[in-house]
Design a protein around this ligand. Structure first.
Ligand code: 0PR
Length: 372
């Protein structure tokens, strides 16, 4: 019989590798050596069962405390989730339980997991328009808020353009109605605090109720790892279940959960300087890439990049043809919908030479498509 591990290796070898620099479609990346080591060391641990693994409980408490400090509320509570989707589901679950209301307002740019969470929780998802700057139109959102609004959601680092919604203005309208305000910083949460971002977006604003931020995106932690934080300790207790047969209680959506993700996230908080450097490199490369794209005729940036995402469109060429032409040259990119364009996420696995060769190929693609 052929060695099954050999078969696995062969299959795996057909995947794209982050290290090749050819993946521009992903918010995930190569984990830091230390976070990977922590992950492997805790591979068999289960965060559900602190009787067997007390270390995991301790590490989770410490990681949440670090995250609380990072997001300007040392008293925040929360836990390590499997990623942005779980965090968004649980935040809205708690909003529903606390408010007893059934409607959620979010700009159309919100990640699709918010609509999914609403469907799961029996909540009505009400999308609200964007302003000309592609960020939430706060006035339009205010008009749609009413006595049934359970929560509003803002995004710090939108999925398609990497923009930060006007969180401070949104906090204003949430405060007026004493409404739960969830900030999805799944992408931006591990970037904004390390780049001296000038605007307020986190628990500094007293109306921000919860924050999702994913270590498995810009935190350089292996998949799966998300972080969900709440302003008040008592809110998470709404979900508490007694697990009598284990002599424990849980406040999480999942039962068995990887302690490996907890250990890896804990280590990530100890590697602030390393991550800061990686982020600075990404932001520098983002500028280079954006400048390069601006110089290519027929291509236009959709917006000035705020985080490490560049998105461009074309009035002349079809987006799908550009995507295909790039694919033929071995590049993986993703798309934006509003407006139709190409999205490039610049991650720690990218180097200056990757950006240069991507720009060279993009120029060639455009030339090829124009000459057809
Ligand atoms: N919130 C925002 C703002 C997101 O961008 C995402 C994922 C989520 C929540 C959901 O997070 P999880 O996927 O962790 O549940 N956005 C990524 C993206 O659209 C997901 C992704 C990651 C897609 C890696 C592809 C990929 O290779 O890029």
């Amino acid at each position: 019989m052929e060695d099954p591990l050999k078969i696995l290796r062969e299959k795996r070898a057909k995947d794209f590798q982050y290290e090749s620099g050819r993946i521009f479609s992903s918010m995930c990346t190569v984990p830091l050596r230390e976070t990977l080591k922590a992950y492997i060391d805790f591979m068999e641990t289960n965060a559900l069962d602190p009787k067997i693994f007390p270390s995991v409980k301790e590490l989770e408490r410490e990681a949440v405390a670090e995250a609380g400090k990072l997001f300007s509320n040392p008293n925040a509570t929360g836990y390590i989730t499997s990623g942005g989707t779980e965090s968004n589901i649980v935040a809205l679950w708690i909003a529903r339980e606390l408010s007893g209301k059934k409607e959620v307002l979010a700009p159309v740019s919100v990640h699709y997991s918010v609509e999914k969470a609403c469907a799961l929780l029996g909540l009505k998802f009400i999308p609200t328009p964007l302003g000309e700057d592609h960020r939430a139109d706060v006035e339009a959102m205010k008009e749609k808020m009413g006595p049934k609004t359970a929560a509003i959601v803002g995004t710090a680092g939108t999925t398609s353009l990497g923009l930060v919604d006007p969180i401070e203005e949104m906090a204003g309208i949430a405060g007026d109605r004493k409404c739960f305000f969830h900030v999805d910083a799944s992408f931006g949460g591990f970037v904004l605090p390390l780049m001296n971002y000038p605007k307020k977006w986190d628990f500094t604003l007293p109306q921000v109720s919860s924050i999702a931020a994913d270590p498995h995106k810009m935190g350089m932690v292996p998949i799966p790892a998300g972080l969900l934080l709440f302003r008040r300790k008592r809110w998470l207790r709404v979900l508490e279940r007694n697990v009598a047969y284990l002599g424990t209680k849980t406040q999480t959506l999942l039962g068995t959960r990887p302690g490996a993700s907890v250990a890896a996230t804990w280590v990530a908080f100890k590697l602030l300087e390393k991550r800061k450097k990686a982020i600075e490199r990404c932001l520098e490369l983002t500028k280079k890439l954006a400048r390069g794209i601006q110089r290519i005729e027929t291509l236009d940036l959709i917006t000035k990049p705020e985080l490490n995402i560049v998105a461009f469109k074309s009035e002349v060429l079809k987006i799908q043809s550009i995507e295909k032409a790039l694919e033929r040259r071995g590049w993986i990119v993703s798309r934006t919908e509003l407006p139709a364009g190409i999205r490039l996420v610049i991650m720690p696995h990218h180097s200056p030479s990757h950006i240069r060769s991507f720009l060279r190929d993009l120029k060639e693609c455009v030339r090829e498509l124009l000459s057809r």
